[in-house]
Ligand binder design. Structure first.
Ligand code: HEM
Length: 436
């Protein structure tokens, strides 16, 4: 039963709460938390239960995870993303997850670390002191190259990266628009743009898969891992279609998230000179002027605190969904099969009941761990981000490489605005580059 639960105010006929979500998604989720642990919200005519209580989110993601499937947003994007990790469920998902996890083991990450640093250096080599740069665009350009080159150790890696950079934002936008749009159709012009971007990405993945078909050796990249991985019980590998779906999923899940976090990170450093100075001291002491490697990361604890704080205050994931498969008790609510559930990592991270002075950027809060369930930058349970360690390594290596030599200053007179659609990101971040 959900009819006795509070409804978020301002529901509009036909549109539900979509106009508020479009204007300020995180502000909306945060504003209704006072109403209770479970609040009814509407995407057009579709009802969903927004969870504002960490214990209930934990129940859905972890304790009762087997009673939930991925929600509408994932179902609607399946035609494009296929049956990759992010959109699959149940036994199939668990088997795929077991097969793919080794690609993200420590030993592999050490190798990817070199690619991560090289790609960031390729960008900084072109910088000149005093140059003004569209910072978020620079980050959107560098992370596709990192993921392109770590996924495919192929001559096509660079070409793939350029295509990811060009088409992925459109594909993502199309996926979310299609899943939340209350109308059964989209204007033809939009549909065409989204479809064409998807076809371009598909085409480049196909060419890469074809180039690997002749040579089954492990090239030390993610794609080799996926192609050579075998299920323990049957000894079987993944079908070509499944490999394609997993690659598309990794591209989608792993590119914009890291780019957005790095964008926010340097924005916060430019606003907090004391944090920046402490980070510089740590880098200078630990690295003594040499390039950072994967092995250095445990010796950079303050950098890790800075990243944890950016992931709290500016988590790129504004919300995620699940759908109940059965009738079950969820705090004051009782779900039935098909009940849609929403949780917002970002709104949870900005809840003053769990994170005092939540809008204050303070890496020192990470000297003590947060209360269980109140910090979910990478989700939780069986669908917890498989790329978490990859992302942390990527962001630490990128930040260390840049901040060892450069400082970024906010362009004078510019006021930063953020928007949450596919990710929660700055609209634009003009910065001035200075040599340290
Ligand atoms: C700052 C960077 C990142 C953040 C904040 C982030 C966050 C998340 C979150 C919150 C989820 C769970 C969503 C849910 O509950 O439904 C997730 C899942 C996932 N992420 Fe990430 N992610 C990041 C980077 C990456 C990277 C770099 C990769 C790949 C290289 C990646 C691959 C995935 C995949 C495949 C899933 C689905 C896992 C599954 O369902 O089993 N992510 N991520």
């Amino acid at each position: 039963m959900t009819s006795t639960l509070p409804v978020a105010p301002g529901r509009l006929p036909g549109l539900g709460h979509l106009p508020y979500l479009a204007r300020d998604q995180v502000g909306f989720y945060s504003s209704v938390r006072e109403l209770g642990p479970v609040v009814r919200i509407y995407f057009g005519p579709m009802e969903a239960l927004l969870l504002t209580d960490p214990a209930l989110i934990h129940q859905v993601l972890v304790t009762d995870a087997d009673k939930f499937t991925k929600g509408r947003i994932f179902r609607k994007t399946k035609p494009f993303f296929g049956n990759g990790l992010a959109t699959s469920d149940g036994e199939f998902h668990l088997r795929q997850r077991r097969l793919m996890s080794p690609a993200f083991h420590q030993r592999r990450l050490a190798g990817y670390g070199e690619v991560m640093r090289a790609e960031v250096e390729r960008m900084t080599k072109r910088w000149t002191p005093g140059q003004r740069i569209a910072w978020e665009k620079a980050m959107y350009a560098v992370t596709p190259h990192i993921i392109g080159k770590t996924l495919f150790h192929s001559d096509l890696g660079g070409e793939a990266a350029a295509e990811i950079h060009r088409s992925l934002p459109l594909v993502l936008r199309g996926a979310v628009t299609r899943s939340l749009n209350p109308l059964p159709w989209l204007p033809a012009v939009l549909s065409r743009r989204y479809d064409q971007a998807g076809q371009r990405l598909d085409a480049i993945i196909d060419r890469i898969l074809a180039s690997y078909a002749h040579d089954q050796t492990d090239r030390g990249d993610l794609l080799s891992m996926l192609l050579t991985a075998r299920h323990e019980d049957t000894g079987e590998g993944m079908s070509r279609q499944q490999v394609r779906d997993e690659i598309m999923t990794l591209l989608v899940a792993g590119t914009e998230t890291a780019a957005v976090t790095l964008s926010w990170l340097f924005h916060e450093l430019s606003r907090h000179p004391a944090v920046e100075a402490r980070l510089h001291t740590e880098l200078d002491t630990a690295l003594a002027g040499r390039p950072v490697t994967f092995a250095d990361l445990p010796n950079l604890p303050y950098l890790r605190q800075v990243i944890d704080e950016v992931l709290r205050l500016h988590n790129p994931v504004p919300m995620s969904m699940r759908a109940a498969q059965t009738t079950l008790r969820l705090g004051p609510a009782t779900t039935c099969p098909g009940t849609e559930i929403v949780y917002s990592p970002l709104a949870l991270h900005r809840d003053p009941r769990h994170h005092p002075h939540p809008l204050h950027f303070d890496p020192d809060r990470w000297t003590t761990p947060p209360a269980p369930g109140t910090y979910l930058p990478f989700g939780g349970g069986r669908h917890r981000c498989v790329g978490e360690r990859f992302a942390i390594a990527e962001m630490m290596i990128a930040t260390a490489t840049i901040a060892s030599q450069w400082r970024l200053r906010a362009a004078p007179g510019y006021r930063v605005r953020s928007v949450a659609y596919t990710t929660h990101h700055p609209v634009s971040l003009p910065m001035i580059i200075e040599k340290r």
